[in-house]
Design a protein around this ligand. Sequence first.
Ligand code: GRF
Length: 198
Amino acid sequence: MSPKRVAILISGGGSNMLTLLDSMTGDHPARPCLVLSNDPQAGGLAKAAARGVPVASVDHRPFKGDRAAFEAALLQPLLDSAPDILCLAGFMRVLTAEFVAQFEGRMLNIHPSLLPKYKGLHTHARALEAGDGEHGCTVHEVTAALDDGPILGQARVPVEQGDTQETLAARVLVQEHHLYPAVLRRYAAGDRSPIFLG
Ligand code: GRF
């Protein structure tokens, strides 16, 4: 069976994107077909290109909040690469229900909290603020509701005494780099049973 084609959407450095790219080798049931960013300056684009992966970007700024128009432009390179699976990896734009509907059931996202806790932004600061003893990250299927779809994997980390949001984020990011590749490999093989690490 030919490998599943995976498009990865990023907004910045793309450390999760890189671990996904580096995981899709050998008998892995998927291969990357595109790395796409809403920021032409995203550092991850050069790293992906250096690995021979097709890249594209659609700057969201000229669309000045016209989400539908931006997404219509984003869709072009995406559909041209004919992906079977989309992975949002540090992609910082909220997608409309209409966009999501075109990929529902084959679009994943990684979120830096133990969903359903702390949907949205500033998750590490919120966990510290709440005095949580543990924190972590979640890979989930993307649905129209933000950070809300079926959970495909979670990784937990302890919150340490004296943690700042930076030290906590760094500890979570290490686990993101283990969790996302593990979930993608299983998902691409057609297995949606969740993975729990840590
Ligand atoms: C990570 O915290 C990830 O959970 C969130 O974006 C941050 C940066 O990710 N989605 P990356 O280094 O760009 O992959």
